[in-house]
Ligand binder design. Sequence first.
Ligand SMILES: [Zn+2]
Length: 257
Amino acid sequence: MGRNARIAFLLLFLGIAAYSNWYDRLSTTDWDETLYIGVLPIDDSGNEVTRSYIARLDAERVRDIELFLNREAQRHGVTIDRPVRVELYPPVEEKPPERASDSGMLGNMWWSLRMRFYARRAVSATGRPAPQIRIFVRYHDPSFTQSVPHSVGMQKGLVGVVHAFADRSMTRANNVVIAHEILHTLGASDKYDPATLAPLFPIGYAEPERSPLHPQSLTEVMAGRYAVDSQTFEMPDSLDDVLVGPATALEIRWPNP
Ligand SMILES: [Zn+2]
């Protein structure tokens, strides 16, 4: 597409997007009815390891994400029975559009537009009712991939892309990342220092009043890691050791942050 046509298209899109972002923000954070979240697996490595891992995924594998979010929502004053419902969707064939690392503002907007269309198309290809929030999980074979790209969750578009390892022993740790990206789509911000990965004090600490402060034993979900001491930060093994702190609860408009 030519550059001018692209800009004209983007301007039109921005008007629609501004309205839909406002509407999405209100409708996903009013907490008066169940919010539907879909987890859509993608076979990223395309080999036997990822294929058989995905084939064995079932609803039980994502259950702790829903239990975690509902437990924390209710602890922060949400009164409905099932604040969120997390469902595993059938695998998606098409991979999400890649964002160029040097794309600039226009390139980012273009990517975000393509991401919205992608999410809609991919969900409809599963033949299942569309969830409000779409989290695509790209599974990598751990024997070929030592480290995975950054996962993202976007409030604009209500879509997330998680990079995860196709390994049974990692399933519960993957769910911590999925929960983190879901909360990004609801407007929560990161609570760690991107340079050092240190949880921000006090908002990134699950137990900021603990004495002595270190080691922490629980993790604030948007910090992603807990501080063993002032220099050592570890990722939790599962959502059992994670909570939503007051700053995050405030951002996603839970009643009692
Ligand atoms: Zn994050």
